[in-house]
Design a protein around this ligand. Structure first.
Ligand code: SF4
Length: 344
């Protein structure tokens, strides 16, 4: 059985024309599946009976199963625990206040079951990588969130951040295909898509050549090689200087500013000297720094930086002309850090 959720429009056209159906039938199935989010062939009312029978016999929707759902006290963050063939992943919906005419609903999606990058501060990283998610499994996370929003009479997901479980760029083909489906079928603008990576140089170079208008966010967390490698083992194979060169190349090719994510841990990477290192590293480049108060993860000795140190760090960057924000921490009361619900 072929998984329709992993198919883009051209795939569906090819699949059905090879079976002798006219090409517009592929476009119709694509509309039902990715645009209308209908996953029952019987409800695809404009398809002829023989096509519905062919689809029933040869195709399916590899949908996840919703195992648990947690809502934050303020109701603005919802975490879904989904099972795909028995593998558990998390996806997190964050609702922001009304912006312009449309609510902003951001979905943080996972791209892998577990993660092999081993970042010291991450619950997912402790469990290792089990497998890549398929394109359909990535897209289906949006289907679940949209269903949740629909049932409440709300607007569908408007923004996607690939910041859930896994290293997105390690699952490159499924990632890019899902981006294109979400952009084309679910009308999520490229500029509303953020891909977050721990800094895989080869894959960043590959992504640069696609020249997409999405936002690339790179987890930095340390502004010198030794500090960074102590928090993120992957930095040993992707040294900081080479990474920064790759990012400059990315910016030159795409014309897009790159976001540097900087999780702040008390007395580990949050001193004013660390800020100086970061200023030197950025060296006037086209970067935005996002300071993230680190989440305390059980079993590690890393603690969230206190407010005063974060502010001082931010002021230092700002006074050196660097664009910087502090990320709003959402869903703390529902274990907002990735992997914690799944781990439990
Ligand atoms: S922070 Fe991201 S890249 Fe690092 S281990 Fe966790 S999921 Fe993987």
């Amino acid at each position: 059985m072929i998984d329709l959720l992993s198919m883009d429009q051209q795939n569906m056209v090819d699949f059905l024309t090879e079976a002798g159906f006219p090409s517009f039938r592929g476009k119709q199935v694509y509309q039902w599946c990715h645009v209308k989010e209908v996953f029952d062939f019987e409800q695809m009312t404009n398809l002829p009976r023989d096509l519905r029978e062919y689809l029933r016999a040869n195709a399916s929707f590899c949908r996840g199963e919703l195992l648990a759902q947690q809502k934050s006290d303020d109701g603005k963050t919802v975490k879904f625990l989904l099972s795909f063939h028995g593998d558990l992943i998390e996806t997190v919906l964050m609702c922001y206040d009304r912006m312009k005419a449309r609510d902003r609903h951001t979905l943080c999606v996972s791209t892998q079951v577990g993660c092999g990058m081993g970042c010291k501060f991450c619950a997912t990283g402790q469990s290792g990588l089990k497998r890549n998610l398929t394109c359909g499994e990535i897209v289906d996370q949006v289907n679940f969130a949209n269903q949740y929003l629909r049932e409440r009479g709300e607007e569908p997901v408007s923004n996607i951040v690939y910041m859930g479980m896994g290293e997105p760029l390690q699952n490159y083909d499924a990632l890019l295909k899902s981006v294109r489906i979400l952009n084309h079928a679910k009308k999520i603008g490229m500029r509303r898509v953020t891909i977050s990576t721990c800094g895989l140089i080869h894959e960043i170079d590959r992504l640069a050549s696609e020249k997409l208008q999405l936002t690339l966010a790179v987890s930095l967390h340390g502004a010198n090689q030794n500090l960074r490698a102590s928090l993120m083992p992957i930095a040993r194979q992707n040294p900081l200087n080479d990474l920064m060169r790759s990012l400059e190349h990315y910016i030159a090719l795409t014309g897009r500013r790159v976001t540097l994510e900087y999780a702040m841990f008390q007395k580990i990477n949050d001193s004013l000297k660390d800020a100086d290192d970061l200023i030197r590293l950025i060296d006037g480049g086209c970067f935005h720094v996002n300071l993230v108060p680190g989440n305390l993860v059980e079993g590690t000795n890393l603690f969230r930086s206190d407010e005063k140190r974060i502010r001082a760090f931010m002021n230092k960057l700002e006074s050196n002309g660097i664009s910087v924000t502090i990320r709003e921490s959402k869903g703390k009361d529902i274990e907002g850090a990735c992997g914690q619900l799944r781990a439990r």
